[in-house]
Structures are given as C-alpha cells and as structure tokens.
Design a protein around this ligand. Structure first.
Ligand code: HEC
Length: 105
C-alpha cells in the first residue's frame, strides 16, 4: 500500500514535466492560438480529439499529416491552416500529437 502510493507519487512526478513540456511546445508552435486542452476554440479541444481517435491505430500518423497540411471537414467547415516545418519540426509535431492522443493532460 505504502509502496504503491510512493510509486504513483514518483510516477506523477516523472510524468508531469513531460506533459508540461508538450503543452509548452504546442503554445510555442502556435497551436494554442486555435486550440485549448478542454474547450472548443477555433479548432476542437484536444481532449475531444483524443476521445475521437484514441481507439484508432493509425491515428497518430493521420493527425500528424492533417496538422502539416491543414484542412477541414472532421470537426466542421472551418479549416485548420497548414503548419509547415518552419512552424513545428517533425519531432516536435510527433511529441505534440502523442500528447494530444494521450488526452492532453
Ligand atoms: C488557424 C487555427 C489553427 C491552428 C493555428 C492550429 N489548428 Fe488544429 N485545427 C483547427 C481547426 C479549425 C480544426 C478542425 C479541422 C476539421 O474540421 O477537420 C483543427 C483540427 C486539429 C486536429 C484534429 C484533426 C482531425 O482531422 O480530426 C488536431 C490533432 C490539431 N488540429 C492539432 C493542431 C496542432 C498540433 C497545431 C499546431 C502545430 C494546430 N492544430 C494549429 C485550427 C487550427
């Protein structure tokens, strides 16, 4: 009991900075101008995106491609503008999409 408490505290401690880093990356890359974690803004809330795609195996690749090229139709008529490599690198984009799919906590 004590050990598991300690372990989960330790785990929370290790995970938290990573999640914060992903969120910071999303803000730095301009994503948070149109998205928030839990409310629809111009684009869907990242928690809603996670709920929609969490059971799809190819979701990560699909979403990375969509964020790069932009487009509309999955959430409504408003398009997402393309986000090229000058806005967000491949590595950063993968980190941010993984964070979104995990629920953007
Ligand atoms: C100009 C506003 C805008 C910016 C900037 C923006 N988005 Fe979006 N995003 C949208 C809109 C609008 C949609 C809904 C598109 C649709 O209906 O298919 C969307 C959809 C998404 C989706 C779901 C795609 C789908 O097909 O279901 C993800 C994931 C996403 N955005 C991530 C990002 C990330 C990561 C960034 C930063 C690199 C970003 N967005 C920047 C407006 C934006």
């Amino acid at each position: 009991m004590k050990t598991s408490l300690l372990l989960s505290a330790l785990l929370a401690f290790c995970l938290a900075p990573t999640a914060q880093a992903s969120e910071a990356l999303a803000s730095k890359s301009g994503c948070m101008a149109c998205h928030t974690k839990d409310k629809k803004l111009v684009g869907p809330a990242f928690r809603d995106v996670s709920a929609k795609y969490k059971d799809q195996k190819d979701a990560e690749a699909k979403l990375i491609d969509k964020v790069r090229k932009g487009g509309s139709g999955n959430w409504g008529p408003i398009p997402m503008s393309p986000n090229g490599p000058e806005k967000i690198s491949d590595g950063d984009l993968k980190t941010v999409v993984e964070w979104i799919l995990k629920g953007a906590a």
